[in-house]
Write a protein that binds this ligand. Structure first.
Ligand code: CTP
Ligand code: CA
Length: 227
């Protein structure tokens, strides 16, 4: 099977994709994470490679990697941020599909935390993680940034706020309260927001089909700008 289009629409473009839920250590045996499977990011990696791009996948997930994709394995949000920031300057397109933990332990314990006698409540002290996408948005020059928004209510309003606040070019809004949408599923349904256009509601579809459709749209926009 011809996996790559030698003259694909993203030929020569460098694409960086984050995938999976970040892992924030509590102690040597426990962590904080979330329900992200990584499937959406891996679908983007495959679609970008098929389109002829040079793809780097920065992931917490251990799924099998699409052919031709360069992988960097990370765990925490801060490791993910370092990996993305290091390569940002030479990147053309970023897809921030990872589910980044908003908080981490202020001080992870160096030894396994023991149960204390008569202690019925345990409070963990959390501090905010960096907002990786917002930081990339603040420092971008030529890069095209794609972000996600996972919402359970007021989808468009919340997603629009993220689009503007994080300075992204395309925001894919996920209503994760709907069946078969987002976390863990093979399918996804998004509404596409961009700065100067009305929101576009895409149908529920396979994550790979969705990734191909979005990257096609991005290739159109880049071709338009290069004219
Ligand atoms: N994101 C990020 N760094 C964070 C949190 C989120 O880069 N610390 C990215 C996600 O990868 C996603 C986008 O920002 O592409 C939106 O993530 P989401 O969790 O929906 O939004 P938040 O800004 O974290 O706001 P909240 O969770 O409060 O809705
Ligand atoms: Ca969040």
């Amino acid at each position: 099977i011809a996996l790559y289009q030698q003259d694909g629409r993203l030929k020569g473009k460098r694409v960086m994709i984050s995938a999976g839920g970040t892992v924030e250590e509590i102690d040597p045996v426990r962590y904080i994470s979330n329900r992200s499977s990584g499937k959406m990011g891996y679908a983007f990696a495959q679609a970008a490679a098929e389109a002829g791009a040079q793809v780097t996948l920065i992931t917490t997930s251990l799924r099998s990697v699409p052919a031709g994709v360069n992988v960097i394995q990370v765990a925490s949000a801060r490791e993910m941020q370092t990996a993305l920031t290091e390569r940002f300057e030479v990147t053309d397109i970023v897809v921030m599909a990872a589910a980044v933990s908003d908080y981490r332990l202020a001080e992870p314990a160096s030894q396994k935390m023991k149960k204390q006698p008569n202690q019925e409540h345990l409070v963990l002290d959390l501090v905010e993680n960096p907002d990786i996408l917002a930081d990339l948005g603040a420092q971008k020059t030529h890069q095209y940034l794609i972000g996600f928004a996972a919402e359970t209510e007021d989808l468009i309003e919340h997603a629009h706020e993220k689009l503007i606040k994080k300075n992204v070019d395309l925001l894919l809004a996920n209503d994760v309260s709907k069946p078969n949408v987002g976390f863990g599923h093979d399918t996804n349904q998004v509404t596409v927001l961009s700065p100067n256009a009305e929101p576009i509601v895409l149908p529920l579809q396979d994550k790979l089909a969705l990734a191909r459709e979005i990257l096609n749209q991005v290739a159109d926009q880049i071709a338009e700008e290069d004219k």
